[in-house]
Write a protein that binds this ligand. Sequence first.
Ligand code: ZN
Length: 296
Amino acid sequence: MEMERLHHVTAIVGHPQETYDFYTQVLGLHLIKKTVNFDDISSYHLYFADEYSEEGYTMTFFNWETDQRGRVGSGQVGHTAFKVGKGSLDGWKTHLEENNVDVKETERFNKATLEFTDRHGLALALVEDETQELASISGFYGVEILSGRVKATSCHLVDQLGLTEIGENATHLFYQLSGDDKHVIAVYKSKQNRGIDGVGTVHHVAWQAADRGNLIDWQTNLFKTGSQPTVVKDRNYFESIYYREPGYTIFEIATAGPGFQVDEDRDALGQELKLPPQYEENREAIEANLTPIKGA
Ligand code: ZN
C-alpha cells in the first residue's frame, strides 16, 4: 500500500481571532469549519482550506487561549509548507512583509522556500509549484518532520507508508507521496531536544485513506509492524486512527469522507459553530465558553 496524500495538519495556536485574521486576510485561506476539539471542548477546532474543499487538504488549529508556549523539537512537524503559483515567491515576500511578517529565504524543501511564522510562532513555508498559474495557496506542498530517530522514521515512511525517497541535501532527506499532489516530506537530519506541545507547535499530521476499508487495512498493517494505532475514531467529517511513528511524531490516518458538507451546505461552510451530536445538548455552555470570532 502507498500513502497518496496528506489530509490535514493540526497545530496548537493562541487567540482564535488572531488565527482567523492571519489565515484569511494574510494567507487568503477560507475558514471551512468552526467546531471544538472533540477531546477538549473548551478549545475551538478551526479548519482552513484553500477553497471549499470536500476532500480535506486542511490546516486546522486547536486554539489555546493561554500563554503556554510549546517548544519545537523532535517528535513534531517542523515547517508546514503550502504550494503557491509559479513565479509568485517575490510577490508573496512583499505581501508578507507588508503585513508585518518576517520572511526568510531558504531551501528547506530542496528548492526556493519562504519561511515565516504565523502570529503565534507556528513555522510555515511557501514553495512554488511549477504547474500552478495562480499565485494563491493551493493546498500543501509538504511538511518537515523533526524526528527523534531519523533512520527509523525514514524506514517507516518508505517501508510502511510506501513513500519514495527523492533525494537529500546537507540538512534533510526528502520523500514524496504517490498521489497527484506529489506532497513532499522533508526529514530533518539533526537530532534535537524533544518537542513539547503548546502554542506555536504542530500537534499532528494526518495522511489520507481512501475510505473506511482502506483505513482498517492501514490499521492492520501498523499493528503487524509493531506500531500501536488507536481504535477508529469518529471525527464527524472523517474517521481516523492515530499512532506515534518510530521517531515520536503523532501521525493520524484519516478517511477522505464524509467531508465537511456533512453538517452544513457548501455556501455556509465555516459560518456557524458546529458540534457533533454527542455535544449538541451542551451547546449553550460550550458556546458561552468560547471567544466569539469577528468576521467568522
Ligand atoms: Zn487530526
